[in-house]
Design a protein around this ligand. Structure first.
Ligand code: UD1
Ligand code: MG
Length: 475
């Protein structure tokens, strides 16, 4: 029998401005590991099986919505909080967009990116097992100033959460703080949210007040303490930098334990969504960004930057190569110093030499683009060799087998498509010429460079010219 999972929804609070970031950009869009913080929360919700997922947006809502939708499509619903009246108000707005959901609701923040799926699952289990209608995530801090404190009675049961600004000196001495992540039964949550008031120092609707509400109803409130690193948020840029450092370490550890060699782990950068196959070797100064994927046994040498690149097994990316939205097939050598721009595909064993930008081009199997070539909007079939210093421009189709473009060619639109063709050294094939000439199969096509002839001047004329010059100078 297939095990039926208890229904889980996630409400992600992402409406705040984050004034201490000192930025026009919404705090939740600041990146950690190359991904906006809010994307981490959404991936976490997906990882624990939450469906539906609602993001409560407010500050810079349009931009936040756009960034989330472009990554996750229709997986995430949006609820708009026009005025930021507190976390309780944000949860009310989020829940209003889930009128029919019945089950456990996870409340997450859009600025807490390092929470682990395992911890969230444990938190949810405290509610789905009917132990409590509310489970709060907590952590212990030596410097708890600013956080809500978890207040417990003499039997250590949670009785309420008190915000720092509302706390007594004794309560401020408590070092167990509210991390702001909750699992809550949906029926209880709707009722508790309807009872919230803003009679507190900050005149805000506090989500934390649902804890006291549960206790009033004789329910037990569960608290799950986790490592403080997991629930660290980013209120300013210095905290953001700390999150970045932790995220980098974690990402690196994951790849190292999965069989990837980093020559100097602290000097390479790997984004959160990068996939690296076994036995890859990553040299110092390499940046792997976006959704880059490396197959097994790929070497990426010093200083190379790969963005959304798809590199198949055993390819070698030589030093200082930049690849963006590029597909490289197996066992292909790229670079050094090559710039492969979006929509370039290099098929099996098609090496590129140094200093060669290639853009919107397909270099098919066994093609070879040597150094100082510029290839754009070009598609080649098998065995194309664009040798040294070959610029090829605008919608060429270098077709079929055995086309060789040798040194110093400029290949413009309209290269003949018959085969085999050799375009020889120093040719300059422009559109007009090609279209007016029919270049036959198996022909050698090249344009003759303009000739300058140096003819010796006969002696009597030379002497006459010298005499005229002398006369002019003396006269
Ligand atoms: C909140 C908790 C506090 C806890 C702390 C942990 C309350 C009342 N307090 O305090 O107990 O220790 O988090 O970080 O809940 N947000 C909205 N709309 C709003 C207000 C906030 O979407 O109207 C979002 C923010 O974008 C942020 C999250 O909710 O992602 C938390 O808001 P924040 O203002 O940082 O709450 P704190 O005062 O830090
Ligand atoms: Mg906060």
């Amino acid at each position: 029998m297939v095990e039926k999972k208890p229904p889980l929804a996630a409400v992600i609070l992402a409406a705040g401005q984050g004034s201490r970031m000192k930025s026009q950009q919404a705090k939740v869009l600041f990146e950690v590991g190359g991904e906006p913080m809010v994307a981490w929360s959404i991936r976490l919700a997906l990882a624990v099986g939450a469906d539906p997922i609602v993001a409560v947006v407010g500050h810079e809502a349009e931009q936040v919505t756009y960034k989330i939708s472009s990554r996750f499509g229709s997986v995430v619903q949006f609820a708009h909080q026009a005025k930021r009246l507190g976390t309780g108000h944000a949860a009310q707005i989020g829940m209003a967009s889930l009128p029919h959901f019945s089950g456990t609701v996870l409340i997450l923040y859009g600025d807490v990116p390092l929470l682990e799926a395992e911890s969230l699952q444990k938190l949810a289990a405290l509610v789905t097992s009917n132990e409590s209608p509310v489970a709060v995530m907590s952590t212990h801090l030596t410097e708890p100033t600013g956080y809500g404190r978890i207040v417990r009675d003499s039997s250590l049961s949670v009785t309420r959460i008190v915000e720092h600004k509302d706390a007594s000196p004794e309560e401020r001495a408590i070092t167990e703080v509210n991390a702001g992540i909750y699992a809550i039964d949906s029926t209880f949550l709707r009722e508790a949210l309807s009872l919230l008031s803003n009679t507190n120092t900050q005149r805000e609707y506090y989500l934390t007040d649902i804890v006291a509400s549960a206790i009033n109803k004789q329910y037990k409130v569960a608290a799950l303490a986790v490592d403080s690193e997991e629930v660290q948020g980013a209120n300013d840029r210095s905290q953001l930098a700390q999150l970045e450092a932790i995220a980098r370490k974690r990402i690196m550890a994951r790849h190292l334990s999965a069989g990837v060699t980093f020559i100097s782990p602290e000097h390479s950068y790997v984004g959160a969504e990068v996939h690296i196959g076994k036995d890859c070797v990553i040299h110092p100064g390499v940046h792997l960004r976006g959704k880059t994927t490396l197959g097994a046994g790929v070497t990426v040498d010093v200083g190379s930057i790969l963005i959304d690149a798809d590199v198949a097994s055993n390819a070698i990316i030589c030093p200082y190569s930049v690849l963006e939205k590029v597909r490289v097939n197996a066992a292909t050598s790229i670079g050094p110093f090559v710039c492969l721009r979006p929509r370039t595909a290099l098929e099996e064993t098609s090496p590129t030499g140094n200093f060669g930008p290639i853009k919107k081009a397909t270099i098919a199997q066994a093609g070879n683009v040597s150094h100082l070539s510029y290839i754009t909007k070009t598609h080649t079939d098998h065995d194309i060799r664009a040798e040294a210093k070959t610029p090829s421009n605008n919608h060429n189709h270098l077709s079929k087998n055995s086309v060789t473009i040798e040194n110093h060619n400029y290949v413009s639109p309209g290269l003949p498509q018959e085969v085999p063709t050799t375009v020889n050294n120093y040719s300059n094939l422009m559109e007009e010429r090609i279209s007016s000439e029919k270049i036959l199969p198996e022909s050698l096509a090249f344009a003759t460079p303009r000739q300058t002839k140096n003819v010796a001047v006969p002696t009597p004329i030379r002497e006459h010219l010298r005499a005229c010059k002398a006369k002019n100078t003396n006269g």
